[in-house]
Write a new protein. Structure first.
Length: 330
């Protein structure tokens, strides 16, 4: 689907875009990838990293700016919507700004994709959108709902929308791994019982690729990934260092949830992922969307503390050592 196409990535200079672009250029040879973001310095730095790559274009713009999005989407075949206000405390202290980007911005992307004849759009979501307890999660839940319903607005021959959902990316700027690596002395631990899902950027990119190839419209894709406790992460990254329990920050969960029991009736399992199908329009009964999926049990939850797959301390330590030059810079 992506072969020889024109792809636009909102928030394209962020962690996801920094990995999606080289991987997609190598695998699919798209005609053009357009990086759409509001930070000119990040665009300048990315342009230097990809100097000589003729397929890459840069477009200064904000998803809050409807008119600018319409201009950027001229001739675009596919969109990855990665732009968002993501830091939980930032969203709590700046709720109006978070809503403008994560909800109003999502609405602009949906409208622009439909009106400009884009073929498909995959939006990035977060574990925090499942049973949200903070504003960031609440705005992303609203965004997810809009992208699902966008398939109705687009009609039978319009743009197809789907969502991919995953948690914090290992080694990204917002993750705890670079924080522990750079920290001297005692490591602050929120709660030793806290668990988190573990996913690499490469796995996130591959999930987006799969969504583009598989989607009919309205699906939420959740990749099967391992869990770790925060204490295990600290031991893997900074072995032998003393820790201090400092308590959970406002808006944080003790465990990450990707799929809540309320979604179990519309969730199907596949070898490497789950798929939450829309409750609206009876789409969750559509064989074209279900394909070879198996329904999950009644009351099923996908939560980091009850996960069946766990990453070992040694595995994370080896990953951190192999990716030390990239940790905190992606």
């Amino acid at each position: 689907m992506l072969e020889g196409s024109t792809i636009l990535v909102t928030g394209g200079t962020g962690s996801f875009g920094s990995r999606f672009i080289p991987m997609t250029l190598a695998k699919y040879k798209p005609r053009r990838i357009i990086v759409y973001s509001r930070d000119e310095m990040k665009q300048w730095e990315m342009a230097k990293r990809f100097e000589g790559v003729d397929a890459l274009r840069f477009f200064i713009g904000d998803v809050r700016d409807r008119e600018r999005l319409y201009r950027a989407l001229d001739g675009v075949d596919h969109v990855v919507h990665a732009a968002a206000t993501k830091i939980v405390p930032t969203a709590e202290y700046n709720p109006f700004e978070c809503v403008k980007t994560n909800i109003t911005g999502a609405m602009h992307v949906i409208d622009a994709c439909i009106d400009k004849g884009v073929k498909s759009c995959v939006a990035l979501s977060t574990d925090k959108a499942s049973s949200p307890v903070n504003l960031y999660g609440a705005t992303k839940l609203a965004s997810d709902k809009m992208f699902v319903a966008g398939n109705s607005y687009a009609g039978g021959n319009g743009c197809r929308f789907s969502v991919v959902r995953y948690g914090n990316v290992m080694g990204s700027r917002g993750s705890v791994i670079p924080f522990f690596l750079d920290r001297e002395g005692t490591l602050p631990i929120t709660d030793p019982r806290m668990t988190r899902f573990m996913i690499t950027l490469e796995q996130g990119v591959e999930l987006v690729w799969h969504a583009f190839e598989d989607m009919v419209g309205g699906e939420i894709y959740v990749k099967k990934i391992p869990s770790m406790t925060i204490a295990q992460i600290a031991e893997a990254v900074a072995p032998g260092r003393p820790t201090e329990v400092v308590g959970i920050r406002p808006g944080e969960k003790l465990h990450e949830q990707m799929i809540g029991p309320e979604d179990a009736a519309h969730t199907f399992e596949y070898p490497e992922h789950f798929k939450i199908l829309p409750a609206i329009h009876h789409w969750s009964r559509d064989p074209g969307r279900i394909k070879d999926g198996k329904p999950v049990p009644e009351g099923f939850e996908y939560v980091s503390d009850t996960n069946s797959e766990w990453m070992s301390v040694e595995s994370l330590r080896l990953w951190t050592e192999a990716n030390r030059d990239k940790v905190g810079r992606i």
